[in-house]
Each structure stands twice: as structure tokens, then as C-alpha cells.
Write a protein that binds this ligand. Structure first.
Ligand SMILES: [Zn+2]
Length: 448
């Protein structure tokens, strides 16, 4: 056995009737055609092997049906989501698309999306070549991609999970070629993330702000981002929030900012060529900010009426959060937009959100600095007063930084720790009940 223990196409005669299809490095499919319209499919992926057997027509029809999911698969959904997959004669073949647009197997081997798509096309072509040209299944495969602008728009809307009406209301125009649907632009990503929770009129205004920001080169940002990537050595299995902290500290250091020095985040963004646009969208209080850094921008559109971003501290935290994405998540094939909610869905990738949040907190107020202030003041209330006014952060952010400080000497006393946790609970409860009220109205009064 040579590691490919699939008994298909092993005899000379079988090999002549077989075709290898490579779906990117390390993921190969061997098609072996038997008499008539029968095919054996043996797939070898880094995470294992699978094989199935059945009719060319059924497989081709299934692939045509799934083609949207295959070709226009959204590279921005979480890795757990099974995007490419079909079941054929009780056996499934699956590939995951990672948030950075690459395909991943279970052992995290990365296969570029384009390679896989090319492979799947040749797989379909191999199958359809076994059928008469006029065969319905072969025709279906050939016509799998829409051609007219109307059909492309309909597909575009369905991939964004919005109605045709909303598609028009949001000012979206169909892309020129269907291939462009594989990597949706910033406006599309924001539209998809927010369309179900924000009224089209309000969302349209945010999108139009993004559209006003043409793509810019940001050499300084690229340079610093690369420097950070290279200078930070992270332990294997390092938690995402720890990464965020490490990046923020390294950034502060690289800019020569002292630990006790507050950061003017708006100024930093300006220096790095990131545009900030402010817009009052009272209809969308849960939407704090959106950021785009691919086909537009980099730009951050702040909702000055956002529940969080309407305060100066909240706006600073939102800006710092987006800056974290720009520095850490922008390299290579990466998300092209971000929607920041006050109390929303946790985003398409909770880990990345966690990292950006930790980055923002540590950038605005390093944990070390917060804890040192507490040691100096001795009193929590007084400490919070000083931290919030000097670093212009919210009480909750300051408390969390105190709470997140690694255990050990110099940290809060156990009594202070209890106090900090208690205050965090109280403040988060207040915040969540406030948002629950505005979403659903006040809780019903109890009647006896
Ligand atoms: Zn985010």
C-alpha cells in the first residue's frame, strides 16, 4: 500500500478508463468509468480517503445543483461551516472553506480556493465528457453559471441572503462576471451581515459612505502590520485574546508609546491612511461601526447614534477594534469588511472578534498600566475615575482590563478582585437589560 488504499483504477484496463483530478495540493480525486454511465469516485484528501460509486448522470446533476455552493462559496464563513460537500451513494465528500478564503481539511492543511474550484470544474467536465453533448445533465453542467445581468443579480442576491427588493434598495449592482461573486466586495459583506437587522434605508446610507471611499494604498500600515506579524512570537495554542493583547503591546512599543501614555486613536488612524467617516443613523442603534479595507477604503464608518459608539469612549473603542482588524486580519486573503454591533451576533468569526476586542482594550489601556494605577490608588472607585478620564475609556473596559490582568504579584488583591468582578457583572447586566428593553419593550408587569 502506498498510502492511497483505494482499490479503484488499479488494473491496467481500469487505469485507461480513469481520470485524475487534482483539487489543489493534497486533495485528489480519481474517477474511474465503468461500462455505460457508471463511475467510481475515489477521493484522497489530507484528512482521509473516501470513495463512492454511482451514475455519472446523478453525480453530474448533483454537482450542477451544488455548483452555486461550490463556485460561489463564500470564503468568509466560519471554518466549521460545511460548504462544499455532497453525498453520493451513502458516502460524503467534503471540504471546508476557511475565513481567509482558503480551503481546509480537518488537519488544517490549506488548499487555495481557486485550485479547488479548478479541480471541481475539471471533475464536472470529465463527467460530462462521458455523456452525449445533448444530454440534459451535460447541458445543465455547461449552463450552470448564469449569463444575463438579471440572472447574475438574482444569484448575487441569493448568495447575500437578501431579497431582490432589498438588493435594489441597497443600491447593489450585479457584478460583471460570475467569478467575481466568489469574493464579495466590502459593500456586499456589510450588506449581508447587516441586512437582516437594519432597515434598508439606514443600511443604504452606511453602504453609500463606504462607496464614497475609493481604495487607497497604505504603505505604512502594510509595513507595520508585517513588522508586527514577524516580531511577535506566539506560543502554540495561544488564545485569541492573548494574541490581541500581544499585538497591541507590540504596536505601542513599535510606535514608541510609553505604557502610561494614552493613545489618540483617531490621530493614529489618520497617520495610517485610514479614513474615518461619521454618520448619524438613529434607526440602527445596535450598529456601531462598519469597516471596509478591500475594494474600498480602508475606511471606518461610525454610527454616531450607535448604542456604544455614541459616547466618545465607545467610539474610540470601536475605532481601535477596527484598527486591530486592519493590522492583524488584513494580510493575504482575508475578510474585506467588518460590522461592529453593540449587542449583535458575534460576527462571522468570534475568535477574530475576540482578538480585535482584546487588541482595542490593550491599545487604549494596557492591563499593566491599569493594575499599577490600582496599586498606587489602593481604592477601586478612585482608580476607575483616574483611568477613565486619563485614557478616555469606559468603566467596563477599565474593569475588564483590571480583571484580565494575569494572576501574580502586583495584581489586584483578592478583595479588589471580588469587587472588580462584582462591578463588571453589574455594569454588563445594566447594559444587556437596556438593550433587551429597547429590542423587546419593557418586561411585562407581574399581576396577581
Ligand atoms: Zn470586528
Amino acid at each position: 500500500m502506498d498510502g492511497f488504499d483505494i482499490p479503484i483504477g488499479r488494473t491496467k484496463a481500469e487505469r485507461r478508463r480513469s481520470a485524475w483530478v487534482t483539487l489543489g495540493q493534497g486533495f485528489e480525486v480519481l474517477l474511474t468509468f465503468s461500462a455505460g454511465e457508471w463511475v467510481n469516485v475515489a477521493a484522497k484528501a489530507p484528512w482521509g480517503e473516501t470513495q463512492f460509486q454511482g451514475s455519472v448522470v446523478v453525480l453530474l446533476e448533483a454537482m450542477t445543483r451544488l455548483w452555486r455552493g461550490l463556485a460561489f462559496a463564500d470564503p468568509l464563513v466560519p471554518i466549521e461551516k460545511h460548504l462544499i460537500g455532497w453525498r453520493f451513494c451513502r458516502v460524503g465528500l467534503g471540504v471546508h472553506i476557511a475565513p481567509n478564503g482558503a480551503l481546509r481539511g480537518m488537519d488544517h492543511e490549506v488548499v487555495p480556493t481557486d485550485d479547488v474550484l479548478r479541480g471541481i470544474v475539471s471533475l464536472g467536465n470529465q463527467l460530462s465528457a462521458r455523456l452525449p453533448v445533448a444530454h440534459l445533465a451535460a447541458r445543465g453542467w455547461r449552463d450552470r453559471a448564469p449569463v444575463t445581468p438579471e440572472d447574475i443579480a438574482a444569484l448575487d442576491a441569493s448568495l447575500l441572503k437578501i431579497s431582490a427588493q432589498k438588493y435594489n434598495d441597497l443600491g447593489l449592482v450585479p457584478v460583471g462576471k460570475t467569478d467575481d461573486l466568489i469574493y464579495p466586495d466590502d459593500v456586499r459583506v456589510v450588506a449581508r451581515s447587516a441586512a437582516s437587522r437594519v432597515a434598508p434605508v439606514a443600511l443604504r446610507r452606511m453602504l453609500d459612505e463606504i462607496r464614497r471611499s475609493p481604495p487607497q494604498d497604505t504603505p505604512l500600515l502594510d509595513q507595520v502590520a508585517e513588522h508586527l506579524q514577524q516580531s511577535i512570537v506566539l506560543e502554540v495554542g495561544c488564545a485569541f485574546h492573548e494574541m490581541g493583547h500581544a499585538y497591541a503591546l507590540a504596536f505601542r512599543q513599535s510606535r514608541g508609546v510609553l505604557p502610561n501614555q494614552p493613545i489618540d486613536i483617531a490621530l493614529v488612524l489618520r497617520d495610517f491612511g485610514v479614513e474615518i467617516r461619521r454618520l448619524s443613523v438613529p434607526e440602527a442603534p445596535d450598529l456601531d461601526a462598519v469597516a471596509a479595507w478591500g475594494s474600498y477604503g480602508p475606511v471606518i464608518v461610525v454610527n454616531t447614534q450607535g448604542r456604544h459608539s455614541r459616547t466618545p469612549e465607545g467610539e474610540r473603542a470601536s475605532l481601535a477594534h477596527e484598527f486591530g482588524h486592519l493590522l492583524v486580519d488584513r494580510n493575504g486573503s482575508r475578510p474585506v469588511a467588518d460590522v461592529r454591533w453593540t449587542n449583535g451576533p458575534k460576527g462571522f468569526n468570534a475568535s477574530w472578534e475576540q482578538r480585535a476586542n482584546a487588541f482595542a482594550a490593550e491599545l487604549l489601556l494596557p492591563r499593566e498600566t491599569a493594575v499599577r494605577e490600582l496599586a498606587r490608588q489602593g481604592d477601586l472607585a478612585k482608580t476607575l475615575e483616574v483611568l477613565c478620564s486619563h485614557y478616555q475609556v469606559s468603566q467596563l473596559l477599565a474593569l475588564r482590563q483590571l480583571d484580565n490582568h494575569p494572576e501574580g504579584p502586583g495584581g489586584p488583591t483578592s478583595e479588589q478582585s471580588r469587587d472588580i468582578k462584582h462591578k463588571i457583572r453589574k455594569l454588563s447586566l445594566k447594559a444587556s437589560s437596556r438593550s433587551a428593553w429597547t429590542r423587546r419593550g419593557p418586561p411585562p408587569k407581574l399581576t396577581r
